[in-house]
Design a protein around this ligand. Structure first.
Ligand code: CP
Length: 306
């Protein structure tokens, strides 16, 4: 069964069948990552360009590793040090890279909608690796994979996303994906961080984390994005930690084993206390490992469509 779309731009509108296909395919690739030789041939002869116009550690390295594990040739482009500094446009940059016979493009960009623009100017498959505050589909897919791996299902689970929902592409993609897969989704944060009409996406809204924790199965903790001036949305980091920080005390008070996710990078002792991040309920490093398998699945499924 091929994926319905030639590109992966977001999870908004992606069918349950396509999400399930990606997660199920990732299970096979996850097994490959446990082998002594962690390499398989499906993308042999294919070239993938990773175009990163914004900083990244996990997503960039994870895609690069996924491509190499699938035997693809990899082109790494970073805006810093490129001809973007001489004024070259996104369109010209992408078309020049594609002219080198590139089959697939993975792009991270600070502008929401940049990958949607890219599919109009190049023929290669495009994968969105995070576009501004819009979507980060492979992050949500690896989050869903990790929850499913740990808890056995997504349908009927209660997943809460806590933090700056308004500026989070991770939150948006998780809401779309988890709702499609039949999970109950809540968001929690101060009013300054919750979009006014978020209920329209089918989520429940909480402003007090202690109110939601007693019914939550998995908690996805978002990073306070200091580089996006998040400090203007609450008085001090200490206060944010006091009201919304995920601490062992809070989790114990909730009285249930809650699976803790975080897309990274984490601000220890701000949105999550260091001991919770390293606790037995944290799946943060499993998310990173599963991310490679999920990205292998996406690359493989889009390439087989061609
Ligand atoms: N989760 C995530 O997108 O991390 P990076 O910004 O390091 O890629």
């Amino acid at each position: 069964m091929p994926l319905k779309s030639k590109h992966l731009l977001g999870l908004d509108g992606m069918s349950r069948e396509d999400i399930t296909l990606i997660l199920d395919t990732a299970v096979s690739f996850r097994e490959v990552l446990e082998r002594p030789i962690k390499k398989v041939p499906p993308l042999q002869g294919k070239t993938v360009a990773n175009m990163f116009f914004e900083n990244s550690t996990r997503t960039r390295l994870s895609f690069e590793l996924a491509e190499r594990r699938l035997s693809a040739d990899v082109l790494a482009f970073q805006a810093t040090g490129s001809s973007v500094s001489k004024g070259e446009t996104l369109k010209d940059t992408a078309r020049n890279i594609e002219a080198m016979k590139v089959d697939m493009v993975v792009m991270r960009h600070s502008a929401a909608g940049a990958p949607h623009y890219l599919v109009r100017v190049i023929d290669a498959n495009v994968i969105n690796a995070g576009d501004g505050g819009h979507e980060h589909p492979t992050q949500a897919l690896l989050d869903m994979y990790t929850i499913r791996e740990k808890l056995g299902r997504l349908e009927g689970l209660h997943v809460c996303i806590v933090g700056d929902i308004a500026h989070s592409r991770v939150a948006r993609s998780n809401i779309y994906g988890l709702r499609t897969m039949g999970a109950r989704v809540s968001v929690c944060g101060p009013a300054t961080m919750i979009p006014r009409d978020i209920e329209r996406l089918g989520v429940d809204v909480y402003h007090h984390i202690d109110d939601v924790l007693p019914t939550v199965d998995a908690l996805n903790v978002l990073r306070i994005q200091m580089e996006r001036d998040a400090g203007r949305l609450f008085p001090t980091l200490r206060e944010y930690h006091n009201f919304y920080g995920v601490t062992r005390q809070r989790l114990e008070k909730a009285g249930r084993a809650i699976t803790i996710l975080h897309p990274g990078p984490i601000n220890r002792d701000v949105e999550i206390s260091a001991d919770v991040a390293d606790s037995e309920h944290s799946v943060i490093l499993q998310q990173v490992l599963n991310g490679v398998a999920v990205r292998m699945a996406v690359l493989y499924l889009l390439s087989s469509r061609n």
